[in-house]
Design a protein. Structure first.
Length: 86
């Protein structure tokens, strides 16, 4: 998947939660775009931590070429209807 395909979904206004389907079979749900950072060849996904905390939140780096597809989901983590905007 290209970075532009992923960017279109993550930067959608208003944001719609998405599920990334990876080549390994793993699925990653993204419920808030605030923890998503675009790198040259990958996404950096971070967990939110409480304001004022000294802790570093968990993070994951996902290469764009490992993302097989993106699916929109509703707020409960259930599959929703996919709208095509391409």
């Amino acid at each position: 998947m290209t970075s532009e395909n992923v960017r279109q979904e993550i930067e959608r206004h208003p944001f719609v939660p998405v599920r990334l389907h990876l080549a390994s079979g793993k699925e990653i749900d993204i419920h808030d775009s605030a923890g998503v950072w675009f790198q040259r060849n990958a996404l950096l996904l971070t967990d939110r931590i409480p304001a004022g905390s000294d802790e570093v939140g968990r993070y994951e780096v996902v290469a764009f070429d490992l993302i097989e597809r993106i699916e929109q989901i509703n707020g409960n983590g259930d599959k929703g209807k996919k709208k095509r905007h391409r």
